[in-house]
Design a protein around this ligand. Structure first.
Ligand SMILES: [Zn+2]
Length: 293
């Protein structure tokens, strides 16, 4: 029996400065913590309140768990799934760097039995999957592809962040890079919070359509989209210099409220558990589920 379709809701829990690449090389932990200025701690309670009884996957940046051990604690205590979103946020395709991040976060990953990984910038390399498997992960959500796909690499499942189904027939395998060409072929990454910032209302309609087709769309939000980060001259300057990032900072608490009022949601791990219980086997790399044509 097919499982009930739902929105696979995730929050990539990262500091506001994760948006801007020029902070990637900032290696002094005290400076990084000072830049966050306590925002990732202060934002948590209001976000948990906004989620209410709905349960989500929260992919946490490990350095936040180091600054504030109560953040992962509260996420788990509120019944959400805790996942990893790297230790220090920057593009992370190099497998040696990923191994370093896994070591740096090992303490809380073990403590909370973390099973899910979301790569920063939704970009992952092939070599990452065996490394994730060796570190106890059972799934990753680190590429874009149409809703309903569940792909396998070794013993790690890839649950893609959702795109609309393209007009052309395509083969899917993990990993996969999202390109402008795919967009031109009609594949719109509506699960990205950038897209939600651009055309939030339309995305609710896409989600409704996907659910009616029996598919479970996977979408991402960020803490600074649900709770406003404190205004600062630095943030203003960063945005003036990078205006294309503005959709990321658009307030999406209204979007979340409408989403939760209208649609069922679940963490990704719970969805995977249900899928694996109801489906006996999957093809090793890619399968087009029923409903995806
Ligand atoms: Zn991120």
């Amino acid at each position: 029996m097919p499982i009930a379709p739902r929105v696979l809701l995730s929050i990539d829990y990262e500091p506001w400065f994760a948006l801007f690449r020029h902070y990637d090389g900032l290696s002094d932990p005290d400076q990084r913590r000072a830049l966050d200025g306590g925002f990732t701690l202060r934002a948590l309670d209001p976000i948990l309140e906004q989620l209410g009884n709905a349960k989500a996957s929260v992919f946490l940046v490990g350095e936040i768990a180091g600054w504030y051990p109560e953040v992962p604690q509260k996420i788990v205590a509120a019944g959400h799934e805790l996942g990893l979103h790297c230790h220090i946020h920057r593009p992370l395709k190099n497998v040696d760097e990923l191994a370093q991040d896994l070591r740096a976060s090992a303490h809380w990953l073990r403590q909370y039995n973390v099973r899910g990984y979301r790569a920063p910038m939704v970009g992952i390399s092939e070599a990452a999957y065996p490394l994730l498997e060796a570190n106890g992960f059972i799934y990753s959500s680190s590429m874009y592809a149409p809703a309903g796909l569940l792909l396998q690499r070794g013993n790690v499942w890839e649950i893609p962040v959702s795109t609309t189904n393209p007009r052309i027939h395509a083969q899917y395998a993990a990993p996969r890079d999202f390109t402008f060409k795919l967009l031109l072929h009609g594949e719109f990454p509506y699960g990205s919070s950038f897209s939600i910032g651009l055309v939030g209302g339309q995305i609710l309609r896409i989600i409704e359509r996907e659910l009616k087709r029996g598919l479970s769309p996977s979408i991402i939000l960020h803490p600074y989209e649900l709770v406003k980060p404190p205004a600062s001259a630095r943030l203003t300057r960063d945005l003036v210099l990078h205006p294309h990032l503005l959709p990321f900072l658009r307030d999406k608490s209204g979007f979340l409220k409408t989403l939760l009022r209208n649609f069922p949601v679940s963490p990704l791990g719970m969805y995977l558990d249900e899928m694996l219980k109801t489906r006996v086997s999957y093809l090793p790399y890619a399968e087009r589920p029923e409903g995806v044509t």
